[in-house]
Write a protein that binds this ligand. Structure first.
Ligand SMILES: [Zn+2]
Ligand SMILES: [Zn+2]
Length: 95
């Protein structure tokens, strides 16, 4: 399966930093200089695994990505996603 296949992300475990997403209409995905310069690349949505532009926080299916552990906790709760002990701890420590 090629990384550009829409189902490719399912091979990974769906964690946020998997750089396997690709959108042919996305200027970041189509510019190899971003990777060469070590800039942030597009990533997979934590809810559905779809492409999220590196300079945005909304996936191609309009899910908003968390920008801090609190938001991630809330989003994971809302969509019934797995909440890691690590995430739970970092949220509880803030309370
Ligand atoms: Zn992209
Ligand atoms: Zn999504």
């Amino acid at each position: 399966m090629k990384p550009s296949d829409p189902a490719y992300w399912m091979l990974s475990d769906g964690v946020t930093t998997t750089p396997t997403v690709y959108n042919k209409g996305c200027y970041i995905c189509n510019d190899p200089e971003f990777a060469q310069m070590g800039l942030p690349l597009c990533y997979a949505c934590i809810v559905c695994g779809a492409h999220v532009p590196a300079d945005d926080i909304i996936c191609d299916n309009n899910h908003i990505q968390p920008t801090d552990p609190w938001e991630e906790f809330e989003i994971r709760k809302e969509y019934g996603l797995k909440i890691s002990d690590e995430l739970r701890k970092s949220v509880e420590e803030k309370e």
